[in-house]
Design a protein around this ligand. Structure first.
Ligand code: BGC
Length: 364
C-alpha cells in the first residue's frame, strides 16, 4: 500500500514535467477564463471540499469560477451546466449526479467548443468528454474488502492468513448504480472476496450478491439503513452477522444505525467505508466503524486545476497516467488517477492528522 506522500510526489513530478504543447497543437495565450464547476451534492463533506478546493486553486491561477451543487438532482445539474455554457464558460469540470444523464448538455458544450473534464465520476455514453481525473477506483474496492477480511481476522494486515478460520456471515452494499465508480469499487472488492465466498469462509445469508441487488441509489445512508434492518430482521434471527462491506462513509453510518436498531449495540460487526468523512473517522476512533478509504480531495482538486490550466492553453494535460481503463460506452477517456489509502484505528493519526487533513481538535 502506498503512503499518501506518494500522491504528493506524483503531483510534484507532474508539475516539474509540465509539458510542451502536444504535436499539432497551438499554445494559446493564458487568459482569465470562466470555468464552470458542477458538483453532485452538499450532503457529503467530500464534495464540499472538492468544490471549494478546485475553485480556490483555479482562482489563484487567475480564472473565474462558477461553482454549483446539484443536490443530487439530475435536471438541476443539466440546468446548471446549460447556464454555464450560456454564460461563456471556457471549460467545464463536472462531477455528475448520474454519469449517463448529461449527454445533451455535453453535446451543447461540444458545439460551443467547450472542453470537459469529468471529475471523480466518469461521464458515460458521450463522445464529448475530454479528460477524467479520479482515484484508482478498482483499488478502493480492493482495500475495502481487504480491511473487511482483516477486521474479521481472516487475514493479517500484511496479507498473510489471519488467526480466524471463519466462516463468517457478511452482507454486501454497493454505491449508486448510475455512478460508474460504484461498479469499479464493487468489482475491486469482489475480486478479493470471491475466493473466500467460494470456499464458504464468507457467507452472504441474504443471498444478495449481485451488483444490481446491492446497489444503493444516490449512495443514500437511509436507504442503506432500511435495507440492512430488513435483512437482519428476516435473515439473522438465529445467527449473527459479522461484517458489512460498505462503499461510502455516509452509508456506513446508516448501516451502523441499522445494526444498533437491531440489537448489535455491544458488539458491532466489521463495517468498512470510504472518504474519511469526519463522522466516520470519529466512529473509527470510538471503535464502531472499522475502516474507511482516504482519498485526498486536495490532491485531486490541485491535479484537476493543473489539467484545466493545460486544456485552457490548448495543451494536452501532462498529468494523464491511464489511457486504457475508462471506457465510457463511446470512447476511452484519458485519465489521471491518484492513489487511495486504507485507514483504520491503527493508522488514522499518521494518515489523516500528520498529513494535515484533520487536526486532533476536529477529531475530538
Ligand atoms: C466517489 C466516492 C464517494 C461516493 C459517494 C463516488 O463517486 O468516488 O468518493 O464516496 O461517490 O459520494
Amino acid at each position: 500500500m502506498r503512503s499518501p506522500k506518494s500522491a504528493v510526489a506524483v503531483i510534484a513530478m507532474l508539475v516539474a514535467a509540465c509539458g510542451a504543447p502536444a504535436a499539432g497543437q497551438q499554445e494559446k495565450p493564458p487568459d482569465k477564463a470562466l470555468v464552470g464547476v458542477t458538483m453532485p451534492t452538499t450532503k457529503s463533506e467530500r464534495w464540499i471540499s472538492d468544490g471549494e478546493n478546485i475553485k480556490r486553486d483555479l482562482e489563484s491561477r487567475g480564472h473565474r469560477v462558477d461553482l454549483q451543487y446539484a443536490q443530487n438532482d439530475v435536471p438541476t445539474q443539466v440546468k446548471q451546466i446549460e447556464s454555464q455554457i450560456g454564460a461563456g464558460a471556457k471549460l467545464l469540470i463536472i462531477a455528475s449526479v448520474d454519469g449517463s444523464a448529461l449527454t445533451k448538455p455535453l453535446e451543447m458544450a461540444a458545439e460551443a467548443g467547450i472542453p470537459v473534464i469529468a471529475y471523480d465520476r466518469l461521464l458515460r455514453d458521450s463522445p464529448n468528454v475530454d479528460y477524467y481525473a479520479t482515484f484508482e477506483n478498482f483499488r478502493v474496492g480492493i482495500y475495502q474488502a481487504e480491511s473487511l477480511l482483516t477486521g474479521l481476522g481472516l487475514r493479517n494486515g500484511d496479507g498473510s492468513p489471519g488467526p480466524q478460520p471463519g466462516p463468517f456471515n457478511i452482507e454486501l452494499f454497493a454505491g449508486s448504480a448510475d455512478d460508474n465508480n460504484s461498479v469499479f469499487f464493487f468489482n475491486g472488492a469482489m475480486s478479493v472476496l470471491k475466493p473466500y465466498l467460494d470456499e464458504k469462509k464468507l457467507v452472504v445469508r441474504s443471498g444478495q450478491t449481485e451488483f444490481q441487488a446491492v446497489a444503493t441509489l444516490r449512495w443514500d445512508g437511509e436507504t442503506a439503513r432500511k435495507r440492512l434492518e430488513e435483512i437482519v430482521n428476516t435473515t439473522y434471527r438465529r445467527t449473527k452477522l459479522n461484517g458489512v462491506l460498505s462503499p461510502y462513509d455516509g452509508m456506513s453510518l446508516g448501516i451502523i444505525t441499522a445494526l444498533k436498531n437491531t440489537g448489535y449495540g455491544a458488539e458491532l460487526p466489521v463495517v468498512t467505508g470510504q472518504d474519511a468523512e469526519l463522522g466516520s473517522v470519529k466512529s473509527i476512533i470510538a471503535g464502531e466503524q472499522y475502516s474507511t478509504i482516504y482519498k485526498d480531495t486536495r490532491e485531486l482538486a490541485t491535479a484537476t486545476a493543473m489539467m484545466a490550466e493545460a486544456v485552457l492553453k490548448g495543451r494536452t494535460p501532462p498529468q494523464l497516467n491511464n489511457l486504457n481503463d475508462y471506457e465510457n460506452g463511446v470512447k476511452i477517456v484519458p485519465a489521471f488517477l491518484l492513489n487511495p489509502v486504507s485507514v483504520d484505528k491503527a493508522n488514522y493519526h499518521q494518515v489523516l492528522v500528520e498529513s494535515g487533513y484533520y487536526t486532533d481538535d476536529q477529531l475530538r
